[in-house]
Design a protein around this ligand. Structure first.
Ligand code: HEM
Length: 134
């Protein structure tokens, strides 16, 4: 993987070097912080949906925080479709903070002030972006 200077990318790269799959970490935290969400995922095939939802979300975050080629547009589409799944915007947005917090715990000492600030800014921008499109 090429060395990156984007703190958001760096945070995911560091996480990938410590943990092959973020899925259990992220959803454990989501279900702890927002217990209602567990029942929202189907019991059959729910694991696949959860893994795929996280992978697509990370792809969209990296694009949104980086080059903005187009993957970030998924976020706007999904605000609307999640409304249909019964996920209000506040909860939808909470998923991004859950991912940030899971990375922060995983990185420990490697969670630098620069990475923390970049994530803080990113969450504010995502909030504004979904408010504008939702
Ligand atoms: C706490 C917040 C969220 C909850 C509770 C939630 C819940 C769900 C649920 C229940 C499904 C499955 C729908 C079905 O049965 O087919 C789903 C699918 C999906 N979600 Fe979320 N979602 C959240 C946030 C997000 C965010 C922030 C994104 C991305 C920007 C996202 C992207 C997707 C995508 C792409 C799928 C389809 C996955 C697939 O079937 O391959 N979700 N979500």
């Amino acid at each position: 993987m090429n060395a990156s200077s984007n703190p958001i990318e760096i945070s995911f790269e560091l996480a990938a070097s410590r943990c092959a799959d973020l899925t259990p970490l992220v959803y454990r935290r989501l279900f702890e912080e927002h217990p209602d969400t567990q029942a929202m995922f189907r019991s059959d095939g729910g694991d696949l949906v959860m893994g795929s939802m996280l992978a697509l979300t990370i792809e969209a975050i990296l694009d949104f925080a980086g080059e903005r080629h187009g993957h970030f547009r998924l976020i706007a589409c999904e605000v609307a479709s999640h409304d249909g799944y019964g996920t209000p915007r506040e909860l939808f947005i909470a998923f991004f903070a859950v991912i940030r917090d899971a990375l922060r715990d995983l990185l420990g000492d490697e969670w630098s002030a620069e990475i923390a600030q970049a994530w803080e800014r990113l969450l504010v921008e995502l909030d504004a972006f979904t408010a504008a499109t939702g």
